[in-house]
Ligand binder design. Structure first.
Ligand code: CDT
Length: 313
């Protein structure tokens, strides 16, 4: 029997700096209710979906910085989303800023969770590829301070048995790196979920400003095809606190084709019927990793000895 999963892409428009989490959760629940009406099994929300994207501005004060983070998941502000999942029997993927107390210290991560139709958390991922910088760039129209506000994720790129398939997560900038997909592809991922906040303007590379949407789809389409997996990418779009962000949230089939795409820069739900078995022919023929991949011939350093590096040939 075919393994069909109806996946909703719940794109968000801008969130203002003073919008409460409770108000944002009302927006998220409205999108989930739409998704339930359209028969979705799973809804995917963007990166850091509970607040405005605060890495775009400088924050000096520690308490103020902490106020953008979630200390527990769920927590009272987000509980209505978990309750809605249970009531509507719709799972979800949600990005948020996480404040954790681990190894005897306070730690901050850019995190995403996968939640089942019963409202229980199935898995957690912490963003590994953090863009931007730690210093202040007063000449730039906005900041990109992820390297200052977050630690590099320490949970790897796991793949979970969930929703009748093998599901992995990444977050925003991770999608530009082929190894993010490949590490999950090597674990048999059939569905990779991700959210993004991508400014149209990149102050460090203004020559690419016209290419933002192209690069967005280029990396996700390649990742899907080269690993024989569905990829679902969901934006927070539009002009938020003066920063213009791309939309074009989409669902990509293992063929690399975009099957569904958002057309606005606001809150918008689109639905894709994802047949997880479409991954099979890619995984068993052209991208049968065990049969065709030859990492031992890539010339990677496999051993460092006193006499020199041993290459994997
Ligand atoms: N949030 C995030 O990771 N954004 C980065 C901006 C990089 S500048 C083009 C991204 O890769 O979309």
């Amino acid at each position: 029997m075919a393994r069909i999963l109806n996946v909703g892409i719940a794109q968000l428009g801008p969130i203002s700096r003073n919008e409460s989490r409770q108000d944002v959760v009302v927006r998220l629940v409205a999108l989930m209710e739409d998704a339930a009406r359209m028969g979705c099994d799973l809804v995917v929300y963007p990166e850091a979906a509970l607040t405005a994207f605060f890495p775009h501005w400088w924050i000096d004060d520690e308490d103020e910085l902490d106020s953008w983070f979630e200390r527990a998941m769920p927590n009272p502000a987000v509980q209505p989303l978990f309750d809605a999942a249970r009531r509507l029997k719709v799972g979800f993927h949600l990005g948020y800023a996480e404040l954790a107390f681990e190894d005897g210290r306070k730690r901050r991560f850019n995190t995403a969770i996968l939640v089942g139709k019963d409202g229980e958390i199935i898995g957690k991922y912490r963003k590994i590829h953090l863009p931007g910088y730690t210093d202040r760039r007063p000449g730039d129209p906005f900041q990109n301070l992820e390297k200052r506000y977050f630690e590099v994720g320490n949970l790897g790129f796991p793949v979970w048995h969930a929703f009748g398939g093998r599901v992995g997560m990444m977050i925003c900038n991770d999608r530009r790196w082929p190894e993010s997909y490949r590490v999950m592809g090597l674990q048999g991922a059939e569905l990779i979920l991700l959210g993004y906040n991508t400014p149209v303007h990149n102050p460090a590379m203004p020559e690419t400003d016209d290419l933002g949407n192209f690069h967005n789809q280029l990396v996700m389409q390649s990742g899907a095809y080269q690993n024989g997996t569905w990829v679902v990418g969901v934006a927070r779009a539009g002009v938020e606190e003066g920063v213009d962000q791309i939309g074009q949230s989409c669902v990509i089939a293992p063929s690399g084709e975009v099957v569904v795409q958002c057309t606005t820069l606001g809150d918008e739900l689109q639905v894709a019927r994802c047949d997880l078995d479409l991954c099979n022919s890619y995984k068993t023929s052209i991208f049968n990793f065990a049969k065709h991949r030859r990492p031992e011939h890539y010339g990677l350093i496999v051993e460092r000895t006193g006499a020199g590096d041993v290459l994997g040939r």
